[in-house]
Design a binder for this molecule. Structure first.
Ligand code: 1DF
Ligand code: MN
Length: 351
């Protein structure tokens, strides 16, 4: 049995989609230039070589949809019953750009463009700030501008920046800014750095099919194990794709992490105030982007608590009406479904 998809809450909840992507033309043009001039890493050649140049239907449709922040996107949202899209500059943002001035200029213009779209469709679009972590102090200021002047509700960072991870102390200004404005960080996947991508690329597993999740899950674990939430107890970090599989790993993560800490096997692995599972339940939020699968949604709700699991479509990469219908049809109480589709996003993004 399927049902018609409508906006407006006919099923008792609004659908707020929390990991929705857009691109700017100049953003993509820099990727294509880097692929041509040989400065792109292997992941960019694989990912944006495909979306930027392939004549396939998937690539051309997705690129057209990414570039639209107007009527086409609204029509697609209407057609799939998406009331609100929480939008961020698509991965990897400006993070791979070697020219930091160019990265900052393109990021701030993307933020301005997104803010204008949100102003035009205030009931449909919510923005997240994009930054250039290559310059952490500038990024911190942009997070404040996003929150205070542009009306954005969080910040998305597309995992590593040229092989560097956010647990490096040099990125601390970014966390200080997020805590200052009390907004969440969404760590979105990108392709693995060259140091990690080899065997995945060889097998065609470097992208959203698998490599994204492995690399992004590791990124979050690096932050948890360095003690980011002991340092910033109010910080909330979001990850998509059902928590990048970490909920399923949690038992083993905690057992082996504690064994490693007790035996002082690694210098970097210091005792923490809480277990990894406890941080996941107090400081981590997950979305079901890419995973419209009832058992996985319920497992994450059971392990993390039903307040910490939110809906996402991952438009335009996974624009599937059938998935919305499947999520609507989950055997789940009305109260829990309301949290999943609507009120958890309202609470954590402070809408
Ligand atoms: C893909 C998937 C690309 C996701 C994305 O951004 C992305 C893909 C470039 O299918 O190649 O955000 N995703 O989050 O699943
Ligand atoms: Mn995505």
């Amino acid at each position: 049995m399927t049902h018609e998809l409508k906006t407006g809450g006919d099923r008792g909840y609004l659908r707020i989609a929390t990991e929705e992507a857009f691109a700017t033309r100049e953003q993509v043009d820099v990727y294509l230039r880097m692929i041509r001039d040989g400065t792109a890493d292997k992941g960019m050649v694989s990912l944006w070589g495909f979306y930027g140049t392939s004549p396939s239907e998937r690539a051309t449709q997705i690129l057209d949809r990414l570039l639209d922040l107007g009527e086409r996107r609204i029509a697609d949202m209407d057609a799939t019953g998406i009331d609100v899209a929480i939008l961020a500059l698509t991965s990897p943002g400006v993070q791979p750009y070697l020219d930091v001035e160019e990265a900052k200029a393109i990021a701030s213009r993307a933020n301005d463009q997104l803010a204008a779209a949100c102003a035009k469709y205030p009931t449909r679009f919510v923005g997240m700030t994009t930054v250039a972590p290559q310059d952490p102090e500038w990024s911190a200021k942009e997070i404040l501008r996003g929150a205070r002047e542009l009306g954005f509700k969080g910040c998305q960072i597309n995992s590593h920046t040229q092989g560097e991870y956010l647990d490096d102390p040099k990125f601390d200004p970014i966390f200080r800014a997020l805590v200052e404005v009390d907004q969440p960080l969404y760590i979105h996947p990108c392709t693995s750095p060259d140091s990690m991508i080899g065997p995945m690329l060889e097998a065609g597993l470097d992208g959203a099919v698998f490599g994204f999740g492995v690399e992004t899950g590791m990124h979050l674990l690096r932050l948890i194990t360095i003690g980011i939430f002991d340092k910033y107890p109010t910080l909330q970090i979001m990850v998509g794709h059902m928590g990048e599989a970490l909920p399923y790993w949690l038992y083993r993560l905690d057992y082996m992490h504690q064994a490693g800490v007790r035996s002082q096997r690694y210098d970097r692995m210091k005792p923490l105030k809480k277990t990894i599972a406890e941080y996941m339940k107090s400081n981590v939020l997950v979305t079901n982007s890419g995973v419209a699968w009832e058992p996985a949604v319920k497992f994450a709700q059971e392990v993390l608590g039903e307040d910490r699991v939110m809906y996402a479509m991952d438009y335009p990469y996974q624009y599937e009406a059938k998935e919305v219908q499947d999520m609507d049809a989950m055997a789940m109480s009305d109260a829990t479904k309301l949290k999943f589709f609507q009120t958890n996003a309202e609470r954590w993004f402070k809408l």
